[in-house]
Ligand binder design. Structure first.
Ligand code: NDP
Ligand code: GDR
Length: 361
């Protein structure tokens, strides 16, 4: 029988957790990198490895976690040599654009040099002809956009230490493909969100705040640039595409996006509406405020501390190539459905957290 062994870097993150579920269901032997942290960082994947009995009932295979770090070549070589994966999904990254301005050197180490370390580890282990590699590239590469909508041929203009590092990752993947005939692809993914999105990314920050405000646990939400426009999709739909890319005969790069663009302001309006609050806007720029239509209370304010030294004003992807060649459906989950899923989840999540906090020790 054909060996199907996947190694996922970044398995504890939003995408890694969905991809691990997807690949286990497809019958893969799934391995993931776990990096050392002073607190638990396995919350998103606990259900995949904790209870053997439950897993057995679901006829699921366990996932296997290995201590490693993208900044540590020896750990990557050791794991790739031991696991001998047939597919590697490189999702590990310092993935926060704003934070990359504060930790630019570390971001470059993980998001740029980390990709090189991984590719070299595959070669050192002699697997360059047996292992297919997916690289998590990003719409942030387009930055100051040169063409609307952005497609595979649109020129790049990165606007942050994060995207400059990812640009290196993109090109080194292309270079190893051309130099060593390796099967490696760049998925140029536009923003994708979910109930598991990190809490400091704007969408999750908004859905959580809307639910906390609705339940009386938060007074106000402070945001940065309300005019920023993004092409937001659903993470669970996007990880399927990562797998599809590695099943093609020839390795190629693909844009993955919905082809729809919305402002942060629109996201707020819909999320608050879903939570049962109607928002009315007044003022402009840093003085813009979002009022509760019913009570006239200010619920949303702009705080310049969330502005970026260099902003990406708008991103809109053209997923035609993925639709045509992969047969991928970019609008499986609509913008409204995405927000609904996130708000429904966060309503329960917030309630549960506060109930737990009230329990005696
Ligand atoms: P997350 O931030 O949710 O997850 C990042 C993962 O990388 C986590 O598992 C994290 O581990 C791990 N990681 C960070 N630093 C290291 C390191 N030094 N060594 C090993 N692992 C590390 O990101 P997403 O799931 O949202 O994104 C996945 C990938 O896709 C990233 O590369 C991101 O840049 C890229 N991307 C994401 C998009 C999006 O909209 N979500 C769009 C386009 C690209 P830990 O849990 O310990 O922090
Ligand atoms: P982004 O996502 O930078 O696109 O990177 P993020 O959700 O952080 O920001 C989107 C836009 O919203 C504006 N914004 C705010 N952002 C945050 N985080 N917090 C705020 O309070 C806030 N107010 C307004 C931002 O300025 C920005 O314009 C994400 C990450 O997942 C990357 O890893 C990935 O590569 C890209 O998406 C595609």
């Amino acid at each position: 029988m054909e060996r199907k062994v996947a190694l996922i870097t970044g398995i504890t993150g939003q995408d890694g957790s969905y991809l691990a579920e997807f690949l286990t269901e497809k019958g893969y032997d799934v391995h993931g990198l776990l990096r050392r942290s002073s607190s638990f960082n396995t919350g998103r994947i606990e259900h995949l490895y904790l209870d053997e009995w439950v897993r057995d009932m679901k006829k699921q295979r366990p996932i296997n976690l290995h201590w490693a770090d993208m900044t540590d070549s020896s750990s990557l070589i050791r794991i790739i040599g031991e696991v001998r994966p047939t597919e590697i999904y490189n999702l590990a990254a310092q993935s926060h654009v704003k934070v990359s301005f504060e930790v630019p050197e570390y971001t470059a180490d993980v998001d740029a040099t980390g990709v090189l370390r991984l590719l070299e580890a595959v070669r050192i282990c002699g697997l360059e002809k047996q292992c297919r590699i997916y690289q998590a590239s990003t719409s942030e590469l387009y930055g100051k956009v040169q063409e609307v909508p952005q497609k595979e041929t649109t020129p790049f203009y990165p606007r942050s230490p994060y995207s400059v590092a990812k640009l290196y990752g993109y090109w080194i993947v292309k270079n190893y493909r051309e130099s060593y005939d390796m099967y490696c692809c760049n998925g140029i993914l536009f923003n994708h969100e979910s109930e598991r999105r990190g809490e400091t990314f704007v969408t999750r920050k908004i859905t959580l705040a809307a639910c906390r405000i609705k339940q009386g646990f938060q007074d106000k939400l402070y945001l940065g640039n309300l005019d920023a426009k993004r092409d937001w999709g659903y993470a669970k739909d996007y990880v399927e595409c990562m797998w599809m890319m590695l099943q093609q005969e020839q390795p190629e790069d693909f844009v993955i996006a919905t082809g729809e663009m919305h402002t942060v302001r629109e996201f707020c309006e819909l999320a608050f509406k879903e939570a049962g609050i109607d928002i009315r806007w007044e003022g402009q720029g840093v003085n813009e405020k979002g009022f509760d239509v019913q009570t006239n209370r200010v619920l949303i304010e702009v705080d310049p501390k969330y502005f970026r030294p260099c902003e990406v004003e708008q991103l809109l992807g053209d997923p035609t190539k993925a639709k045509t060649l992969l047969g991928w459906n970019p609008t499986k989950t609509s913008f409204k459905q995405l927000i609904k899923k996130m708000v429904e989840h966060d309503m329960h999540f917030v309630k549960k957290l506060h109930l737990k906090a009230q329990l005696p020790e």
